[in-house]
Design a protein around this ligand. Structure first.
Ligand SMILES: CCC/C=C/C=C/C(=O)SCCNC(=O)CCNC(=O)[C@H](O)C(C)(C)COP(=O)(O)OP(=O)(O)OC[C@H]1O[C@@H](n2cnc3c(N)ncnc32)[C@H](O)[C@@H]1OP(=O)(O)O
Length: 322
């Protein structure tokens, strides 16, 4: 049975054959079982079983993550924060994923923080300490945990393309700001809504959005006033790079782009994302130094001769899993 379970994996077979032949050597047997367990956990198809997200594979090496509470306009409830973190950490280690499309099910992308399911706030405010500083430390830790959910999108080395239709409110803007590329449909609108509910946006909008659009004054106007802006303005400020006529063509375009990215060397694409993010947050010389260190390893990749050879022969290279 064990053999059938893993028969598609050469690496597994190399481990199993000696396992069977170890006979009564128990020490050897358990040692191999341990290695096998470790190998299985790193190569097994990961599970994407979530309540608030639906994960599909629309093309080879492409995953689509869909926010999936359409009846509640994909509002972000307690389960959502944990699931986004888990989903993007899993995608990070999924060898069958080289690019991700992030979209929303139903009428719109997301209505942001779930304003009725208040577990998030309850948990944040749950500190029993009467000392304000201790309470503040605990609340701060809670906010940091929420931030990690969207940080996981940026930390995932696979490019993430947000495909936004309908509305994208509050936490939704935090979320798409952590993505690599944003496309939207003509009907899309956006709102940095936090000030309207009495708080400063704390999950990445203030840090990432102004760097995306490169227009500090416009960003501050949108953040201070919560003014709704629509697809055309989003494109003209550089928040989205493409507008598609409707949701169907939006998803098609995002998946097509993800497919193009997924055909490239994963070593090169993921190295590019990691270094783009690093360079955004560091000086030019620090960025260059990081790049040199990175490429001291990655220039040894088999993908380079493969890509160069294919290019010279006008062929499409096929890269092995990372
Ligand atoms: C430390 C915390 C860090 C995070 C901070 C994040 C902050 C934010 O995200 S601020 C933004 C909060 N969101 C909002 O203010 C949006 C509120 N919703 C709306 O304005 C409208 O629903 C919307 C314009 C998005 C859509 O309107 P539409 O007519 O299409 O739908 P509705 O009939 O209003 O709603 C349908 C059902 O969805 C439920 N719902 C909508 N938004 C939320 C939400 N944010 N939280 C919880 N539930 C939401 C709505 O109640 C309806 O449910 P039901 O009555 O059961 O049918």
């Amino acid at each position: 049975m064990l053999k059938n379970l893993v028969s598609n994996s050469k690496q597994m077979q190399q481990l199993i054959v000696p396992l069977i032949s170890t006979g009564r050597d128990h020490k050897q047997f358990f040692k191999r079982i341990l290695i096998l367990k470790r190998t299985m956990s790193s190569t097994a198809t990961p599970s994407y079983d979530f309540q608030t997200l639906k994960v599909t594979s629309p093309a080879e090496f492409v995953k689509q993550v869909e926010l999936n509470r359409p009846d509640k306009r994909n509002a972000m409830n307690t389960a959502f924060w944990k699931e986004v973190l888990s989903c993007f950490n899993t995608l990070t280690n999924d060898q069958d994923c080289r690019a991700v499309v992030l979209s929303g099910a139903g009428k719109l992308f997301t209505a942001g923080l779930d304003l009725y399911e208040n577990e998030v706030f309850k948990k944040l405010m749950a500190s029993e300490s009467s000392d304000s500083s201790r309470k503040a430390f605990q609340i701060g830790q809670g906010v940091r945990e929420l931030q990690e959910s969207f940080n996981a999108i940026e930390k995932c080395p696979k490019p993430v393309i947000a495909a936004i239709h309908g509305g994208c409110v509050g936490g939704g803007v935090d979320m798409i700001s952590a993505c690599d590329i944003r496309f939207c449909s003509q009907d899309a609108w956006f709102q940095i809504k936090e000030v309207d509910i009495g708080l400063a946006a704390d999950l990445g909008t203030l840090q990432r959005f102004p760097k995306i659009i490169g227009n500090d004054g416009l960003f501050r106007e949108l953040a201070y006033t919560c003014r709704k802006f629509h697809s055309d303005e989003a494109k003209s400020m550089g928040l989205v790079s493409r507008i598609l006529p409707d949701k169907a063509s939006l998803i098609d375009a995002a998946v097509e782009l993800a497919k193009q990215i997924a055909e490239k060397s994963p070593v090169a694409v993921q190295g590019t994302k990691v270094n783009v993010v690093y360079s955004r947050d560091h000086g030019v010389y620090q960025g260059l130094d990081y790049m040199a260190t990175w490429n001291s390893a990655m220039l040894q990749s088999e993908d380079i001769p493969k890509a160069v050879g294919a290019s010279m022969q006008k062929q499409k290279p096929v890269f092995s899993k990372l």
